[in-house]
Design a binder for this molecule. Structure first.
Ligand code: PEP
Length: 256
């Protein structure tokens, strides 16, 4: 995996309650604490549990990153239901998911919204995990690389090289998220190599070579090893399996 430190994220989506989130945070923190030297790990709980989860991981695994699943791009004002980057910073958040496929395809975040959100996150000195990926229809039409490239170029249009150092890309084919279907390691590696090629055009060899590109889409303990062994796959963004501490720990171990 070149000399990039692998990075594994756990996206809890709209799951857990306060008791379950606290228990999961304790188990994940205890399970991965010893692994944080070899692998960077972040968990992305729902907004209402950020403070409690943050305080648990701070005391049990201080290197474990606290992430948020989204944000709004304006600093404050009449945006009912939204959360700003400064609110996330107040809650101790270090990284934010932007452009997750559920945001793009269920809530309808446009390319322009995603660009603005990514910029807001980076302007706030936070780290971003920028999610991209094609639908099944686009894949069957042979458009995977074109779609990924378009999403990258659009989202990263205003990002400076200094800011890009705080960006991780998560390639998540939409048809593989939460479906139990996973891209083959060969297909995933092909898409990741193309992503890195686009990043090289945009930011040069050194920054593109240092950028972690996670794979996401039904990653489980049973398939994590073969995916993470691919040269351009630098860890994963994990949904369903991140809700089971033992599975998430196995996936983190497979990355390191
Ligand atoms: C995700 O939510 O980013 C994801 C990849 O989900 P799952 O692992 O459940 O497919």
């Amino acid at each position: 995996m070149a000399d990039r430190k692998p990075f594994v994220g756990g996206n809890w989506k709209m799951n857990t309650n306060l008791a379950a989130a606290s228990e999961l945070a304790r188990s994940v923190a205890d399970g991965v604490a010893e692994r944080l030297g070899a692998t960077e790990v972040a968990i992305f709980p729902p907004f209402p549990y950020l403070l409690s989860v943050g305080s648990i991981i701070k005391s049990r695994a201080p290197g474990l990153l606290l992430g948020a699943q989204d944000c709004w791009h304006r600093p404050d004002g009449a945006f009912t239901g939204e959360v700003s980057t400064s609110m996330l910073l107040d809650a101790g958040v270090q990284a934010v998911l932007i452009g997750h496929s559920e945001r793009r395809h269920v809530m309808g975040d446009s390319e322009e919204t995603i660009r603005l959100k990514l910029q807001a996150v980076l302007d706030a000195e936070l780290r971003a995990v920028l999610c991209i990926g094609e639908t099944l229809e686009q894949r069957e039409a042979g458009e995977t690389d074109r779609v990924n490239e378009g999403q990258l170029r659009s989202a990263l249009a205003e990002v400076s090289p200094e800011q890009f150092e705080r960006v991780t890309v998560a390639y998540e084919p939409v048809w593989a998220i939460g479906t139990g279907k996973t891209a083959t390691p060969e297909d995933a590696q092909g898409a990741h190599a193309h992503v890195r090629g686009v990043l090289t055009e945009l930011f040069g060899d050194a920054l593109a070579g240092a950028c972690r590109i996670q794979y996401g889409g039904s990653v489980k303990p049973a398939n994590a090893g073969e995916l993470f062994a691919c040269p351009d796959i630098d860890g994963g963004l994990i949904g369903g399996a991140s809700l089971k501490a033992a599975d998430f720990q196995s996936i983190v171990e497979a990355a390191g």
